[in-house]
Design a protein around this ligand. Structure first.
Ligand code: CA
Ligand code: CA
Length: 337
């Protein structure tokens, strides 16, 4: 009898433990982080590029993460643009490494915010390791005109930031202000990464931005992209002259501990209105040859002996001033085929 009671008690205990285990041990569940990416398929010279998407964990928007985008020119593995966007309010996030200051500088490392065309631009960047362990990092700086056309990117430092260390990096010269730079407000960005996004690297902290002037002071502030919760937004502009034509690759990455999400896409840069050239093929220039091609088809429609479908840039089945206007808009532009 006593033995039976013992068995009964043991059984009850095991049953209870099993039930408790079932209730209290959280189910092992592999969370998934998903990063989407959108941009147009084609951009003309001078056009603004907007790359955006959403970051979700198991379908729920992530509002306190960073997304870093790397854009490469056609047939290049080097970054042409690196920019980082938050996916919402990141003010309470603990960053292992942080860029605490970014200023444009002269040859002596002193802050300098007005530069002439042809003059060299340097940088002074302060980074801080908030952790008790060292971290390896790469520091990229970029320069943009106020209209978001990039004119330089450079890795200015790579190394280890010791635990709790604050490090100031001063580099000069980094970029030369181009002779054809638009005057007014321009801006620089700094991104502190584990590695480039195409190598699976991601940002340690938000991108730091600093404005400077080219020749004249004043002008308008560069646009600040707005993001909705759980979305990111990376913008820049295709150069309006001498842009490289072809397929650009876009790589986006986000690290939301302990998960990493990546995505890629491509877009093509085209020179709208470049319809022909000396050998009858588009030559990367919009000039009188291209205007003449549309003019020869002027007034025509499908079936007409003068009809030329490539002249129908405003595609409405007739060649008129609207088609001429599209060529005229890019008249004088040159690209790198
Ligand atoms: Ca042409
Ligand atoms: Ca037309």
């Amino acid at each position: 009898m006593k033995r039976k009671l013992h068995i009964l008690l043991l059984t009850l205990t095991i049953t209870t433990l099993t039930t408790l285990t079932t209730i209290y041990v959280p189910q092992v569940h592999a969370a998934t982080l998903t990063l989407t990416i959108n941009c147009k398929a084609q951009y003309d010279l001078g056009e603004q590029v907007i790359i955006n998407g959403t970051l979700t964990q198991d379908g729920t928007p992530v509002t306190d993460a960073l997304v870093t985008a790397q854009i490469n020119k056609p047939n290049s593995t080097e970054p042409w643009i690196i920019r980082t966007s938050p996916t919402g309010n990141t003010s309470t996030v603990h960053w292992s490494l942080e860029i605490t200051n970014l200023t444009t500088a002269d040859s002596g490392g002193n802050p300098k915010t007005t530069f002439n065309r042809g003059e060299y631009l340097g940088f002074k960047v302060t980074i801080k390791n908030h952790d008790l362990t060292p971290h390896d990092a790469k520091l990229y700086v970029s320069a943009f005109y106020g209209n978001e056309i990039p004119f330089g990117i450079q890795k200015i430092w790579e190394g280890t930031v010791q635990a709790q260390e604050q490090k100031t990096i001063t580099v000069w010269p980094v970029f030369e202000i181009p002779d054809n730079a638009p005057t007014g407000t321009a801006f620089a960005t700094a991104n502190l990464l584990t590695d480039t996004p195409t190598n699976g690297g991601f940002a340690y902290c938000p991108e730091k931005t600093s404005t400077f002037q080219i020749e004249s002071s004043g002008g308008t502030q560069p646009p600040t992209p707005t993001t909705q919760e759980g979305t990111y937004n990376i913008t820049f502009r295709i150069p309006d002259m001498y842009a490289k034509l072809g397929n650009y690759t876009v790589h986006v990455i986000s690290y939301y501990p302990p998960l990493l999400a990546q995505n890629t896409t491509t877009f093509e840069v085209i020179l709208v209105g470049d319809l022909t050239g000396p050998d009858g093929e588009p030559d990367g220039k919009v000039n009188m040859r291209d205007i003449a091609l549309v003019a020869r088809a002027f007034g025509s429609y499908p079936g007409d002996p003068n009809w030329n479908p490539i002249a129908d840039l405003y595609p409405d089945g007739k060649i008129n001033m609207r088609d001429i206007a599209i060529v005229a808009r890019n008249y004088g532009k040159e690209a790198i085929p």
